[in-house]
Every structure is written in C-alpha cells, then in structure tokens.
Design a protein around this ligand. Structure first.
Ligand code: FES
Length: 162
C-alpha cells in the first residue's frame, strides 16, 4: 500500500485565518464601491440651454439624464459653482431627495422643492435642505455648467455629490 508523502495543503481555517479572509472580502467590496462611485461622478456633456435661451430670474427647466431628474434654475444672486449668464446665475441640481432618493416636486412660489415622501424641503437656489422637517442635512447633488463658443449651455460634470 502506497503512502502519500506530500503533506496536505488543505487544513481547516482557524479563527485568525477566517478573519483574514473576511478582511479581504471587505476590502474588495469597498474598492468596487469606490470605483462605482467614481464612475457615477463623471458623465457625458449634455446640452441644457440653446444659444438663444435666456432664462429670467426665478425661471427653471426640468429634464432627465438617464433616470436622474435634474433642474436648471436661474438665480437672481450669485451661488457657489453657478454660471453667470446675462443678469442671472444658473445652477443645476439633481432632484433626487438626499434622504431616500424620491423625486422632488417642482419649485413652489417660495422657491422651495418639496419631497412628497417625508416632507423635506430644499432651497431651489442653493440645493440645501430647509424648512421645519429635518430628514436630511445633505444638500442636493450639484452639476457644473459651462458656456460653449456658440453660447449654448452644457452640463459637464459633478461639482458636489450628496
Ligand atoms: S425621501 Fe425625501 S424626505 Fe424622505
């Protein structure tokens, strides 16, 4: 009868080995999440205003990029990362609520976008949560706007993620 002289490489995992395996799985999961987050923070340039579109203060335009509802708003005062155009400053925000992702309603007469699910309000000019309900303190995702040589306006990047 022959005897196997090669020691077995398979041995039961002790507690320390098991924790090492768990650590590797956690690292791999975190890394793939990071890659996914980076992929979402870049997007294809998207035209949002034609060369002859000149929004007035308080006016807005709604559209979608993929499944993300977006608002372009013309502010009467300068806002961080806004785009100056004639007498207004244009800003672009995702209309996904930063509490649990519901789509915000169109701005009301007070310049507030309301979440229909848990009643959080967001300031349309700044994208910051406002009002008596405090479901989230995260501002809306904001996008970068740029003017092209032909005077059209394009959404080109993410400047703030929620
Ligand atoms: S999803 Fe908007 S407040 Fe909860």
């Amino acid at each position: 009868m022959s005897k196997n002289l090669i020691p077995s490489l398979e041995k039961p995992l002790d507690r320390r080995d098991f924790l090492k395996v768990l650590g590797c799985i956690a690292c791999a999961t975190a890394f793939s999440g990071l890659i996914e987050a980076e992929a979402q923070s870049t997007l294809e340039p998207f035209q949002v205003l034609a060369a002859d579109e000149l929004p007035q203060s308080g006016q807005y335009k709604l559209f979608k990029i993929g499944r993300t509802p977006i608002i372009i708003y013309a502010s009467d005062t300068e806002v961080p990362d806004s785009l100056a155009r004639d007498n207004v400053w244009l800003v672009a925000y995702s209309r996904r609520c930063t509490h649990r992702g519901s789509t915000l309603r169109e701005p009301n007469a007070s310049g507030v976008m309301h979440c229909p699910d848990h009643r959080q309000d967001f300031d349309t000019k700044t994208g910051i949560p406002v009002g008596p309900v405090h479901r989230t303190n995260k501002p809306l995702t904001q996008f970068k706007l740029e003017t092209r040589a032909d005077n059209s306006v394009w959404l080109t990047d993410v400047v703030r993620t929620s």
